[in-house]
Write a protein that binds this ligand. Sequence first.
Ligand SMILES: Nc1ncnc2c1ncn2[C@@H]1O[C@H](COP(=O)(O)OP(=O)(O)O)[C@@H](O)[C@H]1O
Ligand SMILES: [Mg+2]
Length: 253
Amino acid sequence: MSQSPHLVPGKTAIVAKGLVKRFKTGRTYIEVLKSVDFDALHGDVTMVMGPSGSGKSTLVACLSGLLRPDEGRVNAMDQDLWSLPSGRIDKFRLDNCGFIFQGFNLFPALTALQQVTTVLKYQGYDVAEARRMAMTSLDEVGLSHRVNQRPSELSGGEKQRVAIARALAKQPRLLFADEPTSALDGENGQIVTGLLQRAAKEHGAAVVCVTHDHRMEAFADRVIHIEDGRILDDRRVTSPPAPAAAGRPLIGA
Ligand SMILES: Nc1ncnc2c1ncn2[C@@H]1O[C@H](COP(=O)(O)OP(=O)(O)O)[C@@H](O)[C@H]1O
Ligand SMILES: [Mg+2]
C-alpha cells in the first residue's frame, strides 16, 4: 500500500460541529443530539462514554455517514460528508470506514475467512488479493488457526475478533466501534480493546469507540462523556500522537 497523507498520527480525521438529531415519537420530537461538537485524531483511541440512551449510537451513525443529522456538519477525511450525494456517502463509508458492533454482525453461513474476503471483494479486490489480505488480518487478531470455522463454532471473543479482522482488512482510516466489549467477559474485552489500540497506534486509524463500559477508559487516549445528548467533558489522557509512524500501512505491507 502506498503511503497515505491522510494517516498522519495527530492529524484531525473527523470534525463535527453543532450536530442535532431529533426522532419523532408519536406527535412529538425528542432531541437525541443537542448541538454536539466532536473531533477525533488519527492515532488516537477516542472513547465516548455515556449511559444507555445518551445518544452514543446516534452520534456514531451521524459521524460515519449512516444517519443524516438534522443540523450541523461533519467534516471527515477533508470532505463535507453530508453535503455529498448519497451514493458518494456510501462510497465514503466503503472506502474509509470500518465498523465493529456489539452483536458482531457476522454471516452465519460463512467461515471466518469468507466473512473477511466477502467485504474485500465487494470493495473491488480480486479473489487472490482478498484472500491474502484477509489471512493477514485474521493473523493479526490471532485467529490464523480458526479461519475455516463458522460463527456457531467460535466463542464470543473469537467472533468479535473476526469482526475486527473484517473491519481492519480494508485498512480503514476511520474505525467506529459501538459497544464492542459489552457481550464479552473481561479477558476477551481486554483483547478486543488491545486490538482497537493497535489499529490506532500501529496503523494510524482514528478509532472512535462508544461504550458504557468503564473498564475501557484505561485504554483511551481521550475520554469524552456524553449524557442526554450533550458532551459533558472531554479529557485527553495521553499526550497527542506524535507523527513518527506517519504513512505506515494499516495491515501488512
Ligand atoms: N430510530 C429511532 N427512533 C426513535 N427514537 C430513537 C431512534 N434511535 C434512537 N432513539 C432514541 O434516542 C435516544 C438515544 O439513542 P442511542 O443513540 O441509541 O443511545 P445509546 O447508544 O447511548 O444507548 C434513546 O432515547 C433512543 O430511544
Ligand atoms: Mg447504543
